[in-house]
Design a protein around this ligand. Structure first.
Ligand SMILES: [Zn+2]
Ligand SMILES: [Zn+2]
Length: 85
């Protein structure tokens, strides 16, 4: 048990519980800024996160999603890195 943190897969924001995460709008939502809610990152908390598109590693989800990805499915640099589980 202990203190588990929950992260949004889109913006990397950290929440103390899932209810708070899913009730807030996300500034990095794929449909547009604040056009939808945060999405729970279902992977475990790690010291390093790997992008599921390009395999690059980042120290946090927040850092990862702040950069565009050359292997993004919508096109090169058309979207941000996304954490693998
Ligand atoms: Zn978010
Ligand atoms: Zn990437």
């Amino acid at each position: 048990m202990g203190n588990k943190n929950y992260y949004c897969e889109y913006c990397g924001h950290k929440f103390p519980d899932v209810r708070q995460l899913t009730s807030g709008t996300c500034s990095k939502h794929p449909a547009g800024s604040n056009k939808g809610r945060h999405k729970l990152y279902e992977g475990s908390e790690k010291s390093e996160y790997t992008c599921k598109y390009c395999g690059k590693r980042f120290p946090s989800i927040m850092v990862m999603v702040g950069c565009t990805c050359v292997n993004h499915p919508d096109g090169s640099n058309k979207g941000n890195h996304s954490p693998a589980l």
